[in-house]
Design a protein around this ligand. Structure first.
Ligand SMILES: Cc1cc2nc3c(=O)[nH]c(=O)nc-3n(C[C@H](O)[C@H](O)[C@H](O)COP(=O)(O)O)c2cc1C
Ligand SMILES: O=C(O)C(=O)c1ccccc1
Length: 389
């Protein structure tokens, strides 16, 4: 029998009989405020912040909130199964943890704690190229759990080759290539504090321990960490890349490749034509193009364009179980979760990330059941209306 994620609520109430209440809020929209109170302004500003005036991040939430679910009754929702097949993988629920860089600013155990949490709950972990922890150290704590690798497609071919080889050796099976960050956007919250997180734990972070990256430095990282950070900023991405360049990745990666940060239907078609396996409809959580289309508003057009050819995933603004439901109703196969798990990590390490996953999926399970669905397969556009307000 499939796991009933909704039972988490009774676990919480049962614990309550001995006087225990959850260590973190069960409404994940409250985590940001709590993190802000507990951690310094630099790290929280970096994670919570977004591009420009923040309008895209707000639009992401508004586009999800504007869509309302129309529940159906008497449809036998006793036995529910949240599992989905994505890119040939059986996932227990339509959820993966999004790639989030430099997690050591949130917690000393950084990506290792987040990866352990994902593995414990059976949710794929997408490791960022810009992680605070080397690929191999993360692989070590994941057993045989599902893990994907996010590539920042570097200007330096040797760095890219090195990452692809190390990710493959570490058992990372899906390559997620992020397209929407050829440059870091204008981020006033970080600029006002002159805060760049990349110096944090520089000696042990993924880039800074990579042999190909180090080979290009005039001095060892510990002797001139500022120069190492400037080399990183200069080469982690490549604004010169174009669609034909994808052939290199297709030839040098055996497994599925997913392009992250696609918003236009024509770009989704180009991804399919380039032999890619999936796209993530995402505006990077509103951190790149201030003023851009909300991710949920871009989703239906991409699904119409390539839904029969590619796995269409979604992120940017997912905070509740209802948001997961709405993304699926708009045509996504699964969603990625970003900031909320970073806050969970900052507030309570591995346990905090597990709390976030369990709350989101319990709420999603209940949303499904209460809306008349026994699983993701039957969810579709007919379940939603747009709030005229
Ligand atoms: C602090 C932070 C760091 C991020 N680092 C990366 C990264 O290294 N690679 C990447 O592809 N996306 C990165 N993202 C974007 C996320 O993968 C994801 O697209 C975004 O957080 C989703 O929006 P949400 O935070 O509203 O859930 C980062 C996001 C945040 C908040
Ligand atoms: O901050 C980000 O959103 C991001 O994607 C990033 C970019 C470079 C390094 C680490 C994270």
């Amino acid at each position: 029998m499939a796991r009933h994620w909704a039972d988490f609520q009774y676990e919480i109430y049962l614990n309550g009989m001995t006087g225990a209440v959850p260590r973190l809020p069960t409404d994940l929209t409250r985590l940001e405020e709590l993190t802000e109170q507990r951690l310094g302004p630099g790290p929280v500003g970096y994670v919570a912040g977004s591009a420009g005036d923040g309008s895209t991040a707000r639009a992401n939430r508004a586009a999800l909130e504007r869509r309302r679910i129309v529940p159906r009754m008497l449809r036998d929702v006793q036995e529910r199964d949240l599992s989905v097949e994505v890119l040939g993988r059986a996932l227990p629920a339509p959820l993966a943890l999004a790639p989030v860089g430099v997690l050591s600013i949130m917690h000393p155990e950084a990506e290792s704690a987040a990866a352990r949490a994902a593995a414990a709950q059976g949710v794929p972990f997408i490791l960022s190229s810009a992680s605070s922890t080397p690929i191999e150290r993360v692989a070590e704590v994941m057993g045989d759990a599902e893990r994907w690798f996010q590539l920042y497609w570097s200007k330096d071919l040797e760095v890219t080759r090195s990452f692809l080889g190390r990710a493959k050796s570490g058992g990372f099976s899906v390559l997620v290539v992020t397209l929407d960050t050829p440059l870091l956007a204008w981020r006033p919250r970080d600029l006002d504090q002159a805060y760049l997180p990349f110096l944090h734990g520089v000696g042990t972070a993924n880039y800074f321990t990579d042999p190909a990256f180090r080979a290009g430095l005039a001095k060892p990282v510990h002797e001139d960490p500022n120069a190492a950070v400037m080399r990183f900023v200069g080469l982690f991405a490549d604004p010169g890349k174009t669609w034909p360049d994808l052939a290199f990745l297709r030839e040098n990666w055996d497994g599925p490749i997913v392009l992250k940060g696609v918003l236009h239907p024509d770009d989704a078609r180009l991804a399919a034509d380039a032999g890619m396996d999936g796209v993530v409809v995402s505006n990077h959580g509103g951190r790149q193009v201030a003023g851009s289309i909300a991710a949920a508003d871009a989703l239906p057009g991409v699904v119409r364009a390539v839904g029969d050819r590619l796995a269409v995933l979604f992120d940017s603004g997912v905070r509740t179980g209802a948001d997961v439901f709405k993304a699926l109703a708009l045509g996504a196969r699964a969603v990625l979760l970003g900031r909320p798990y970073a806050y969970g990590l900052g507030l309570d390490g591995q346990a905090g990330v597990e709390h976030v996953i369990r709350c989101l999926l319990a709420e999603f399970d209940l949303t499904l059941a209460l809306s008349g669905h026994a699983g993701p397969a039957t969810v579709g556009p007919a379940d939603l209306v747009e709030d005229p307000a």
